[in-house]
Design a protein around this ligand. Structure first.
Ligand SMILES: Nc1ncnc2c1ncn2[C@@H]1O[C@H](COP(=O)(O)OP(=O)(O)OP(=O)(O)O)[C@@H](O)[C@H]1O
Ligand SMILES: [Mg+2]
Length: 608
């Protein structure tokens, strides 16, 4: 996959056919295998149900020829009873057929979805940088559904259709081969019409899926960014864009409807023509006495069922096409390798001390567009180091490397003497606590968000940690206390409150290295002092690397690293750096001005 996903690639529905389909099908088989007994049971039920359907019309023939014509009322009653019994069996087997097929299909879908989500969970940050959310949603929900359709309405049902077709043809020939030939004479025409429809409908359906996918993606993006859309008054423009896409979708739909509206009546007319032929020819033979009237009635009934499977085959073909395209995309996702796989022989120190070393680290998100250029520094256990630099200097990127969200192109990063690549991911993440710039909360209670659904952490311990950094009162004061329901993305908590949640989260894991990407947004003075107190507690007794925006944090640090355009240009204590008339001094002065302006109520955002 390329670094930037173009729109056409995103929505592409096309795929090659032929041996390629066979490969895709062979990859679907493992999902069927665990349910193979159910599948065979469904097949059995399907066969019986197809055969039971043949009985009814034949019973009418028996009723007419053997009893009505001979005036045997009691016998006729018996046949009627048999007919009713057959109907009941038909009902029962159809029910079983639908239920069993759906049951198997749903189980397979569940398995496939679990696998997709599990795979998504293991992907690296850069994968999500380059993959639109809408695409992953479509894979997990829609594409799996389409594959399910292949199973529940495609392959196996076609098998049943074939049995019905063969069964009816055999019965017809057995009853009267001349009349059967009349029926069959129409069949080539039906097949031809079906083929024409199939080709045209396939393109139209593909178009519909393409447009629906675009509409989905557009809607998803707009809902996620609704505040921005409204703030910048893009409602009208976005409405127009939506409307255009919506119109295109409608037109595509109409195209499919045009073909099916044409196709189904065509088949009906052909079937009616065949029926007319049978009545004309068969009726003549009845009059001449060569054919029993019951046979003719049975023929007419069979014919109604005969053309349906042929007609349906066209639809099945569409389902097959769609399912192949969906499988291709789903397996494409499942085949995307983890780009930061866990080390096969993970190592980690017995007693973590918390020492960090960067050695000539180079990093770029996209090829040769260097964000970090030759970063070298080390942090001793227990030291507090502040990382400062203008916006876009590469500070967040640097800690992304430390937490292995990304991999450097050159150079090495060691924690406690072991390269981060060699650390087991799990150990690394419990050893290095990273508090990101933007705290993300998931929907659920506040308590669950604090301990991240880790039931090994008791509620008391959560409270204890919250007390340790003196935020428990603030959290308890929320309307529902620790049980407060957090809405999607944590929208019902203020930015400052979210930061505090992140602090407690980090403390619970008691990491030996703490990395804090200070939020740039400013909070009210009360929360500010809570946060400052929190930071002090967080960093005491551990190695800390803090991307600092607050002067208070910067001053508290043992040492300051100044990052400028991806390089460390200055290093030292606040006093040393101020004495030198360099980048740090300029940054610091800007920061003071900013803070003063902010305190005097000027609405300038406090960004470094
Ligand atoms: N996911 C990404 N994909 C591509 N480029 C990125 C990505 N994240 C950041 N960049 C680029 O890397 C550079 C450094 O960004 P970074 O987020 O590290 O800056 P920062 O120093 O943390 O800034 P701030 O103080 O605003 O948080 C920027 O030029 C940015 O455009
Ligand atoms: Mg940043």
């Amino acid at each position: 996959m390329s670094a930037s996903v173009s729109n056409s690639e995103f929505f592409d529905e096309d795929h090659q056919t032929g041996t390629y389909d066979l490969r895709l099908i062979s990859r679907l088989i493992p999902y069927v295998r665990p349910h193979i007994r159910l599948v065979f049971l469904s097949l059995g039920v399907l066969m019986v149900s197809s055969l039971v359907q043949l009985v009814g019309p034949y019973l009418t023939k028996v009723g007419i020829d053997d009893y009505i014509l001979r005036g045997d009322a009691r016998g006729l009653l018996f046949v009627a009873f048999l007919y009713l019994t057959t109907l009941m069996f038909e009902f029962l087997f159809q029910y079983l057929r639908v239920y069993l097929l759906q049951l198997t299909g749903q189980r397979m879908m569940r398995q496939l979805r679990v696998e997709i989500f599990d795979h998504i969970l293991r992907m690296s940050t850069s994968f999500f940088d380059r993959t639109p959310t809408g695409k992953l949603m479509t894979r997990t929900i829609q594409d799996v559904e389409v594959i399910n359709e292949l199973f529940t309405q495609g392959v196996i049902v076609v098998f049943g259709d074939l049995i019905t077709l063969l069964g009816i043809a055999s019965v017809l020939f057995w009853m009267d081969w001349r009349l059967a030939l009349v029926v069959l004479s129409v069949t080539p025409l039906v097949v031809l019409v079906t083929a024409v429809y199939r080709v045209n409908a396939r393109d139209a359906y593909r178009g519909v899926r393409l447009h629906v996918a675009r509409l989905n993606a557009f809607l998803q993006e707009n809902l996620a960014g609704m505040t921005t859309v409204q703030l910048f008054q893009r409602e009208e423009e976005n409405f127009r864009r939506f409307d255009r896409m919506n119109q295109d979708t409608r037109d595509e739909h109409l195209r499919t409807i045009f073909y099916s509206a044409l196709f189904f009546p065509c088949v009906e007319v052909l079937a009616a023509g065949a029926l007319g032929l049978v009545i004309w020819y068969g009726g003549g033979r009845v009059i001449e006495g060569y054919l029993l009237p019951g046979v003719l009635v049975a023929f007419l009934q069979y014919m109604r069922r005969f053309f349906q499977p042929i007609r349906d085959l066209a639809e099945k073909y569409n389902i097959f096409q769609a399912a192949m395209a969906a499988s291709e995309r789903v397996f494409g996702l499942l085949d995307t390798p983890e780009d930061l796989p866990d080390s096969p022989h993970p190592r980690f120190p017995e007693n973590p001390r918390g020492e960090i070393q960067f050695q000539d680290v180079w990093f770029a998100y996209t090829r040769n567009d260097w964000v970090l250029r030759g970063i070298t520094f080390s942090i001793k256990p227990g030291e507090t180091v502040a990382l400062v630099g203008a916006t876009g200097a590469g500070k967040s990127s640097l800690i992304g490397l430390l937490g292995r969200a990304y991999e450097p192109q050159r150079g090495e990063i060691h924690i406690d003497g072991i390269e981060v690549r060699s650390w087991g991911k799990e150990e690394l993440r419990s050893h290095v606590g990273i508090i990101p710039q933007e705290v993300f909360l998931l929907s659920g209670s506040l308590l669950e968000n604090l301990r991240l659904w880790d039931i090994r952490i008791s509620e008391d311990r959560v409270r204890e940690m919250a007390e340790a950094i003196q935020v428990d009162r603030l959290l308890r004061n929320l309307s529902g206390g620790y049980g407060t329901e957090i809405r999607e993305r944590g929208e019902n908590l203020s930015l400052g409150q979210r930061q505090l949640v992140a602090f407690v989260r980090a403390l619970l894991y008691n990491p030996s290295v703490l990395v804090l990407d200070e939020a740039t947004s400013s909070v009210d003075p009360a929360t500010e002092s809570l946060i400052q107190g929190g930071i002090e507690k967080l960093i005491s007794g551990r190695t800390s690397l803090i991307i600092a925006h607050r002067l208070s944090t910067i001053r508290r640090a043992d040492r300051i690293l100044v990052l400028h355009r991806g390089r460390i240009v200055e290093e030292g204590t606040h006093r040393v750096l101020m004495a030198r008339d360099g980048v740090y001094r300029r940054l610091y002065q800007l920061q003071i001005e900013n803070q003063n302006r902010h305190q005097s109520g000027d609405p300038v955002p406090g960004k470094s």
